[in-house]
Design a protein. Structure first.
Length: 105
């Protein structure tokens, strides 16, 4: 069984027991429950696919917060040709890791 839900302008395809990283949420600690109600599609165990128009009414995805994690480092390098001007900086985004507990359709 899997579901596709939208959160923060992104869509995630998840199964029960899976761990994913979503955008960082301030003020949410480890062990707290999150509920996502913008479920776009859900597929049951028998292979029955339910599509929303645009969302499925009453469907939810419940998850437990594991904690904040840092993403991989992105290198930003700016070079101006023939001027000996170079600038190199890095950036690491913070994400919130969650574990999917239940998909309710």
């Amino acid at each position: 069984m899997y579901a596709i839900f939208a959160d923060g302008g992104r869509q995630y395809k998840v199964e029960e027991g899976q761990q994913i990283c979503i955008d960082y949420r301030d003020g949410i600690g480890a062990g707290e429950e999150l509920t996502f109600d913008r479920v776009l599609a859900a597929c049951g165990d028998a292979g029955s696919l339910t599509l929303g128009h645009p969302i499925i009414d009453g469907a939810t995805v419940t998850a437990t917060v594991i904690g904040p994690v840092k993403g991989k480092k992105l290198v930003v390098q700016k070079i101006r040709r023939r001027k000996n001007s170079r600038r190199k900086t890095g950036h690491r985004s913070i994400y919130t890791r969650i574990q999917i507990n239940k998909i309710g359709v």
